[in-house]
Design a protein around this ligand. Structure first.
Ligand SMILES: C[S@@+](CC[C@H](N)C(=O)[O-])C[C@H]1O[C@@H](n2cnc3c(N)ncnc32)[C@H](O)[C@@H]1O
Length: 206
């Protein structure tokens, strides 16, 4: 099981509980910084959001960027459709299995908090999907919690209790991405959330 969905953490399956918990720790700030520092969007671009959750990323995107979101959770996708309607396209699907050509082509693919929910095999499929749908000059951006010898004990403790069962080191994420992408720029960030936390951000180009 790559993601814990039973016990006390089952409550996060409800979209409003998930959004509330995310907002309390500063996930909106994290999404805004991800857009500002890593997505490099320009008017008219097409963006694919893998593991989009309730599509909260849309709050931070310019309106002239076309958005397609995919998530495993039907309730998250229903919530996204209710909230954003025609502002984007929302698909329920397992990105670890989805055929690469079903969503069209994109300038930017983003996976915010997805890789640490997936075992290595499904990560490889997700990376293959991203590489296949990217247009010339496009890039993939991933961001996930990570373990690092330099992080605080509190950050490590919080990350250890994440629902995702595949938290890796920065090098661990980058090594997988390099199997599929020629250029991978890894970066550690501890300034994304309001709580002690360490993120691994990868910018990947075919
Ligand atoms: C930490 S949440 C991040 C959600 C969203 N990106 C955000 O910024 O709020 C991880 C998301 O990945 C989704 N997910 C996990 N495994 C998946 C898979 N195999 N295919 C598609 N989505 C998946 C979960 O349903 C969840 O919504």
């Amino acid at each position: 099981m790559a993601q814990i969905t039973t016990g006390p953490r089952a409550i996060f399956s409800a979209p409003w509980v998930y959004d509330l918990a995310q907002n309390l720790v500063g996930a909106n700030r994290s999404r805004a910084r991800l857009v500002r520092d890593h997505l490099r969007l320009r008017p008219g671009m097409r963006l694919l959001d893998l593991g989009c959750g309730t599509a909260a990323m849309l709050h931070h995107l310019p309106r002239d960027v076309a958005y397609v979101g995919v998530d495993l959770s039907e309730s998250y996708i229903e919530s996204a459709r209710r909230e954003f309607g025609a502002r984007g396209e929302f698909h329920c699907g397992d990105i670890a299995r989805t055929a690469p050509d079903v969503f069209g082509t994109f300038d930017v693919v983003v996976a915010n908090g997805l890789l640490h929910h997936l075992d290595d095999g499904p990560v490889r499929n997700m990376l293959r999907v991203a590489r296949t749908v990217l247009r010339a000059g496009g890039h993939l951006v991933t961001i996930d919690p990570c373990f690092d010898p330099g992080q605080s004990r509190l950050a490590r403790l919080v990350i250890t209790h994440d629902r995702g069962r595949n938290v890796r080191t920065l090098a661990g994420y980058a090594e997988l991405a390099r199997e599929m992408f020629t250029t991978v720029e890894p970066r550690l960030r501890d300034d994304m959330l309001r709580i002690p936390y360490t993120h691994a951000v990868l910018e990947c180009r075919p």
